[in-house]
Design a protein around this ligand. Structure first.
Ligand code: SF4
Length: 256
């Protein structure tokens, strides 16, 4: 492994940074993918989880009752309904709803848990340091933020950043379901344990859910699970696993 390759490899694993300096984003994914594939040393390989033997659906999530509540609604009407929503108690404490942002022709839908304090203030998901890391993670696989759509399971902030109650998630999910119906993404990336568990209606750990292809609801969109960037900021040692998840998701998307 030469020096340049080692730098690329380390950067790809997030051990220095998610972005290779001097490389345009558009060439990054193929460069990193080929570098990682061709230069994986036995030392590093032995510390990594084995790749999946094949990409095959693992779970098919039934929709909760009422999930088709917003069926047939277009983007402007859906946005207006979310903005005016008082279906759960979170409406009383929010500054504003956070509908989601991005390209309405996107192939990738990134789904987080719920707005945090900064998202509640700005009205946009994944802003602040966690948002910057998410942007870097996406850029590392050749996806500028502008090319994806980013949303949350819940459109309002739970006070004190507590976990959303199951009833709150159930009330809000039809909005995301209709966003998916309008968007028709090729792949969904569930970011973080809470998002994954709510989307897949399971209490399995994130560690058991990642590196598998799940299917979401009636739309049957392939869904891959990875870590939340806020967690990765606290636990940078797991950036390597997140990088594996992103490569896995990119492979899934390429084979849809
Ligand atoms: S979290 Fe969802 S269901 Fe609850 S008030 Fe906000 S938009 Fe409505």
């Amino acid at each position: 492994m030469n020096t340049a390759q080692r730098h690329e490899y380390l950067a790809a694993l997030g051990l220095e940074t998610w972005v290779i300096r001097g490389k345009p984003a558009s060439t990054l994914s193929s460069t990193i993918a080929s570098t990682v594939a061709s230069t994986m040393t036995s030392t590093v390989a032995s510390t990594m989880e084995p790749p999946p033997a094949s990409i095959s659906p693992s779970t098919m999530t039934p929709l909760p009752p009422g999930a088709a509540r917003e069926a047939g609604v277009d983007w402007p009407e859906l946005r207006a309904r979310v903005a005016a929503c008082t279906r759960c108690a979170l409406s009383a404490t929010r500054t504003q709803t956070v509908f989601g942002v991005g390209n309405q022709q996107a192939e990738w839908l990134i789904v987080g848990e719920a707005p945090g304090a900064e998202e509640d203030r700005q009205g946009e998901p994944f802003v602040g340091r966690a948002g910057q890391l998410l942007n870097s993670m996406l850029r590392a696989i050749g996806l500028p933020r502008e090319q994806v759509f980013i949303a949350n399971v819940l459109k309002c902030r739970p006070p004190g950043n507590r976990d959303p109650a199951s009833g709150e998630a159930a009330e809000c999910l039809p909005y995301l379901e209709q966003q998916i119906a309008l968007l028709k993404p090729k792949i969904m990336l569930a970011v973080g344990r809470i998002a994954a568990q709510n989307l897949l209606r399971t209490d399995m750990t994130l560690g058991r859910l990642r590196q598998q292809v799940h299917r979401f609801g009636g739309s049957q969109v392939p869904l891959v699970v990875t870590y939340h960037p806020a967690y990765l900021l606290r636990t940078p040692g797991d950036k390597r696993k997140a990088w594996e998840d992103l490569k896995f998701a990119r492979e899934v998307c390429a084979n849809v």
